[in-house]
Ligand binder design. Sequence first.
Ligand SMILES: Nc1ncnc2c1ncn2[C@@H]1O[C@H](COP(=O)(O)OP(=O)(O)OP(=O)(O)O)[C@@H](O)[C@H]1O
Ligand SMILES: [Mg+2]
Length: 325
Amino acid sequence: MSVLTRSADVGSRTEEASAPISTRGLTKRFRHQTAVDHVDLEVPAGAVYGFLGPNGSGKTTTIRMLLGLIAPTSGEVTVLGRSVPEGANQALRRIGALVEGPAFHPYLSGRANLARLDAADRYSDPRTSAARIDAALDRVGLLPAATKRFRAYSLGMRQRLAIANALLMPRDLLILDEPTNGLDPQGTREVRHLVGDLARDGATIVVSSHLLAEVAQMCSHVGVMYEGRLVSQGPIDDLQTGTAHTVRVETTQPADASRVLTELGLVDVSAVGDGVTGTLGAVAVVGILPRLVHAGVPVTGFTVQQPSLEDIFVSLTGEGFDVSG
Ligand SMILES: Nc1ncnc2c1ncn2[C@@H]1O[C@H](COP(=O)(O)OP(=O)(O)OP(=O)(O)O)[C@@H](O)[C@H]1O
Ligand SMILES: [Mg+2]
């Protein structure tokens, strides 16, 4: 049973009127530091939006402002068509969030923990509580462990319980801050699959991470934070196609090959070993081989390389990401 049944009116309103999340000039200054610096987020309806960035780049601070947990120094936040913090209460009903996991009671079972949290939610209906709790537990695969005490849960189970808590009510938007933090590869895979399932049910999902590989595998869109600024944002495919490809020609005559590539308009042409590389730019790939052959260059190998996402993020942020998943 799906716990993500969205009501028709809220769904159409968010899709037609505005993106589920939109910020303008969002800024948060702490005493000595600008943690979030003029960020314009745009999270489209139905997206799985990977909110990426190294440690300390401002992801959690941004998320806390989206949820009305802290006030921005300046800038505007609109979530599900409501201004935050003014309309936060209306918007929050439709948002499931995982930020610094909720306080679970170690001696209560997973199910009893959810019952406590559901009872504390002023919008929840106590008459449907038991059914909603079991549906959420089922959703994250914890139903078999529902009666186990929380302290006996593995790290992955604890994280899944936190996600179940975000799913107790019907949600249009899920905001998960580092949901795979501290999980082993198996736990990470489980969370990834869960995010995919939830997205297929129609929720818009923001999932933050400092692990590039994780986000690349589950997201339709990415936003990259670096030192408080949003340095890139858009569909993940655009990020790769929008970046210059590299061509490599294997040949016994690198000097001639270099000349041809340069004439064609490739840039950064350089001879490396038994080959020549160049950056494509606006030059069409199909014209290259015929020109090399016409010029009498013996070509023993020809490859077009797309930069890896890792390369792109390094070029955006000037530093490497942890790519281990
Ligand atoms: N309450 C606070 N008071 C002062 N500085 C803060 C506060 N909260 C965050 N910061 C600072 O703001 C910067 C951004 O922190 P934030 O937690 O948003 O980063 P993050 O991208 O979520 O990092 P991580 O990947 O480690 O979770 C950091 O330098 C942090 O030290
Ligand atoms: Mg954080």
